[in-house]
Write a new protein. Sequence first.
Length: 334
Amino acid sequence: MLEPVVVIVNPASAGGCTARAWPGLAKRLDALGVHFAAFPTTGPLAATVLTQQALQNGAQTIVAVGGDGTVNEIVNGFYVDDELLNPSARLAIIPSGTGRDLPKTLGIPPGSGALACFVRGRERTIDLGRATFLDHAGRLTRRYFINIVDLGLGGETVLQINQASKMLGGFLAFLYGAVVGILKHHSWLAELSVDGDPPYSTRTEMVLLANGQYFGGGMHVAPRAEMDDGYFDLMVLGGTSKFHLIFSLLPKVYGGRHLNDPRVSCRRVRRVSVSSPDCALMQMDGELVGTTDATFEILPGALKLLVPANSALTDGVSKDATAASPWQSKRLGS
């Protein structure tokens, strides 16, 4: 049997900075009295396998140390054949990536600042997205996502970042990727079917489904999204020029001021299918995963998550600092 707390560390995240930061984080966890077993990832999708193995061997809490892509892999490890391996297990996040967009929505500070969740955090239940799509080899694939999926411009942005370097840091790396992606991107024909309504066709630059609010290294793309309301925020961008994208919409999106633009449509949805003859690139939680055609479904209350006491997800939950910490009740030997 493993320790009830398993930490999965992606040493390559944040340009390798996580590997250097982890020993200090481990010492702080020890000082908090958290008994844990730690495992490093060794390549793509390794975090998914490690998570599945940990949950099958009795782990109750999985801690992700890495970026949003690492968190995505770990979330997928909570499920096998569309069933939770352990419905009582939960996820905690110590952000250590390039963009760190998901933690912005959750109110989790980076690095050692996240450790406050271990003594003053609260367990909450959040929604997940489930996507069925074509991977890069053309195989039908199903994956879960916790933050944002984007078809079109967002996929092109991630492609440009991957071909360059993330060493500039989150904001500059994603800004560079966004500008170059806009310059290289072309609108594409999409047919959308939303919540059982009749399908419709449109030319678009981007089709985005948001569970969280931020992506792209700090872009506040879905300021109204809530991670526990049972809905995606669907955004469709179309009928715009590269000039307007770069000099008007892009500056606005960092402050969440783009929703009034007539070229942006936004609605709350539960299920969306997107088909296209143009094979639009898809990014999921900051990673390129495949192309259209794709179907997305919201899964309400699909994951337990540890968040700070002052997170928006704790609405209705007592913030009394003297209340028992969920970590205190799980420590070995307590």
